[in-house]
Design a binder for this molecule. Sequence first.
Ligand SMILES: Nc1ncnc2c1ncn2[C@@H]1O[C@H](COP(=O)(O)OP(=O)(O)O)[C@@H](O)[C@H]1O
Ligand SMILES: [Mg+2]
Length: 184
Amino acid sequence: MMEDLAMHILEILMNSIGAKAGRILLKIRESMKDNIIEITVTDNGSGMSEEMVKTVADPFTTTRKTRKIGMGVAFMKGLTEQCGGSFGITSRPGEGTEVKASIVRDHIDAPPTGDLGQMMMYAIQADETIDFEMIYETDSDQFVFKSSEIREMLEGVSLLEPEILLWIKEYINEGIMRAKEGMR
Ligand SMILES: Nc1ncnc2c1ncn2[C@@H]1O[C@H](COP(=O)(O)OP(=O)(O)O)[C@@H](O)[C@H]1O
Ligand SMILES: [Mg+2]
């Protein structure tokens, strides 16, 4: 079962990976001021038709004759609704997709954030050739991670080396922790 935000976001990232994106941007904005957590995933993958967008967001309202549809997107949408937030997908076939989700930060049903460093580690493991960019933003600070920068720094060493993956995970979690320090 998906329990924390990181696992939900990973589902969305995996969809972008499945859509053969070469570039995936994840932006998380956590605002005390606005009492909101906003998540945006933008990819340059295969995109979806308008009909497909409707089907993935509401798999139960559509007829059975369409191809088998999973539940990752529907779960994320359900979570946002349960937590007083919003959910939307903008997509263009051949161009890419943007998934936007938000939840009320202190909502009683809001899940814990979870391990975002580990989440990114899993995403990179799924396809290390993708350029992943992650922006974590608070009211007063920002942390940016770019897998392309790490790749350049490594000069040919694979991102998939276990110690590199673990380093990435720690690097991201420390960066987020530091960005959060100004929040209290
Ligand atoms: N970013 C995306 N780009 C292109 N197609 C997508 C994207 N996200 C979801 N889809 C399409 O929507 C379908 C449903 O996604 P999801 O609800 O996560 O279930 P599953 O991934 O198990 O099929 C995917 O199979 C895919 O066809
Ligand atoms: Mg999926």
